[in-house]
Design a protein around this ligand. Structure first.
Ligand SMILES: Nc1ncnc2c1ncn2[C@@H]1O[C@H](COP(=O)(O)OP(=O)(O)OP(=O)(O)O)[C@@H](O)[C@H]1O
Length: 220
């Protein structure tokens, strides 16, 4: 069914500048299997938009409808459960749990959901991202590219309807960034996932089906 964003508005107050309208009537539709990039200058509201879609923050007004369900009207418990089941998030800084091994980081979302066959699914995912031989390593003992592969595996293991990626190669050197983006796009394509990718990197954005620009609160 995909994602529908209707008339989304979000503003922030800060003592120095007062009220800033970061998103002003943003509309977007993402059908299953589609990949969209969102680009825009620093401070244009890209991360804010992803946080709202992920249900990590609340809009002032507007609707975010994923697979027919409106996130904007869910209570916190329902929203947390919905996010855990439906949305895979990949951050620039990886956000792995430092005290858990690669394997444990990847299986964590399944543990939270009390899913069946956790070990089997985790091993299959480790294989898919080429990290079976590193499964017992802690994030501190992995390279940046390996950490991001763990983060991609963790995002995909729940078989999400939607993947949100915020500068997924921003912390990696060019060659590693390309390997990681190849992996991400291959998996998104094979698994027929929807992807919203926020990036400054135009060649990464070009790999998506369409690119939108966020400017002065509006998505073009
Ligand atoms: N919690 C907050 N309180 C106040 N202002 C905020 C808050 N979060 C974001 N902002 C402001 O909203 C604007 C958009 O921020 P956001 O992080 O979404 O931009 P961005 O396009 O992702 O930037 P970058 O590319 O630099 O990461 C900025 O002016 C920022 O200072």
């Amino acid at each position: 069914m995909g994602l529908e964003i209707n008339h989304l508005c979000k503003s922030f107050y800060s003592p120095g500048t007062g009220m800033i309208q970061v998103l002003n009537d943003v509309n977007l539709e993402v059908r299953p299997g589609q990949t969209h990039a969102v680009i825009g200058q620093s401070g244009s509201g890209k991360t804010t938009l992803l946080s709202l879609i992920a249900g990590l923050d609340r809009p002032d007004s507007g609707d975010i409808i994923l697979d027919g369900e409106n996130l904007s009207i869910m209570n916190e418990d329902r929203l947390a459960r919905f996010r855990a089941e439906k949305i895979g998030i990949i951050f620039q800084q990886f956000h792995l749990m430092p005290h858990l091994t690669a394997q444990e980081n990847i299986s964590l979302p399944l543990e939270i959901l009390k899913a069946p066959d956790i070990e089997k699914q985790t091993h299959a995912m480790l294989e898919m991202v080429g990290l079976s031989h590193r499964r017992h390593h802690l994030p501190g003992a992995l390279s940046g590219g390996e950490c991001q592969r763990v983060a991609i595996a963790r995002a995909l293991i729940i078989k999400p309807s939607l993947i949100l990626a915020d500068e997924p190669t921003g912390n990696l050197d060019t060659a590693t960034g390309e390997t990681v983006s190849d992996l991400l796009f291959n998996l998104v394509e094979t698994e027929h996932k929807s992807l919203i990718l926020v990036t400054h990197n135009v060649s990464l954005a070009d790999r998506c089906r369409s690119t939108f620009t966020l400017e002065r609160g509006v998505l073009y």
